[in-house]
Ligand binder design. Sequence first.
Ligand code: CAA
Length: 240
Amino acid sequence: MMRVAIVTGGTRGIGQAISLALKDAGFSVVANYAGNQETARAFTQATGITAYRWDVGDHEACIHNCNEIAAEFGPIDVLVNNAGITRDATLHKMSFEDWNEVMRINLGGCFNMAKACFPGMRERGWGRIINIGSINGQAGQYGQVNYAAAKSGIHGFTKALAQEGAKSGVTVNAIAPGYIDTDMVAAVPEAVLEKIVAKIPVGRLGHADEIARGVAFLASENAAFITGSTLSINGGQHMY
Ligand code: CAA
């Protein structure tokens, strides 16, 4: 039977590439999305991958929808916590809401989804959790105390949960993408982005499928002995 994989934020950007890479790798993939229904519909039409809409920052919604997905597709074997938002501003301009929303969705989403999926993986003795962190959670970034804190939190969360899952065949790893050519990065002011790209040794932005290939590897049998690790995919921008 095909293993079931769920990708949060799985219909756009890096998440879309991850959904496709896991489908190509032979998983039965379900994508979650929060807002953009039109894009999600087009994604499902083009790929045949079912998309479910809910907010990963909503604990009850995560439990409810994961139960529905398990009933429809089978137990969830692979969880990719990819959903995330930015609310960039320097601290003196950042509102409490900007802080809270990023923590609630980017970091809280990982907890909510793990609560929904991890117990079943443990019981069945096999599972893969892959959390999408960020170079900015490793190195910090001007104008991102919220995002950097949440992403840094994801790296700690990964190492803690990896210790809990190891005995039960559940690996928990993170990928720390650098600057990838997605809508999120396109929203960075052009002049700021030019300076950032100038500091990437490889000399360009990354592509979403370059992250997705890392996820597919970590989800595979070949990665069974890798847990609690962070794979940095950033063109050499930060060597960690
Ligand atoms: N280091 C030091 N100083 C900096 C700086 C930096 N990296 N960036 C900006 N500054 C300085 C500017 O030079 C400016 O100084 P002066 O007033 O003396 O000229 C001052 O800070 C104010 O800068 P801005 O005019 O840019 O301020 P702003 O309030 O208009 O915007 C900002 C601030 C929203 C943070 C904007 O700079 C910005 O968007 N920066 C990009 C943040 C970023 O990289 N986000 C990543 C998004 S993608 C992502 O997060 C995905 C991922 O995982 C990698």
